[in-house]
Design a protein around this ligand. Structure first.
Ligand code: FES
Length: 104
């Protein structure tokens, strides 16, 4: 039989709180590149994508070249309405210019 001592050390192992899962709200695709990120109110789609390391193409950042054209796979309800530059460049196509679309 084992003898109990008065100097027992009790260590509580508490697992660190798991980080809350990030809510993905917007997913975009440009060619073979797909990326998703949470809504950041007031942030351009292009900036949010680049911040996440999403390698989408862009050039002018003014809504004129069309290089940043993306398909919004999900979360389009979190984006601003298409502005004049997008309407002019994209016509009726269901696409967005990442340099013009702002998350709301
Ligand atoms: S980068 Fe040229 S239209 Fe967006």
């Amino acid at each position: 039989m084992r003898e109990m001592t008065d100097h027992a050390v009790i260590t509580d192992h508490v697992a660190p709180a798991a980080a809350a899962p990030e809510k993905t709200a917007v997913e975009i695709r440009q060619g073979t590149v797909t990326c998703s990120f949470p809504v950041q109110t007031g942030v351009l789609l292009l900036d949010a994508a680049l911040e996440r390391g999403c390698g989408i193409q862009y050039k002018c950042r003014k809504g004129t070249c069309g290089a940043c054209t993306v398909d919004v796979v999900s979360g389009s309800e979190h984006l601003s309405a298409r502005n004049r530059a997008e309407q002019k460049k994209l016509g009726a196509a269901a696409k967005r210019l990442a340099c013009q679309a702002v998350m709301k």
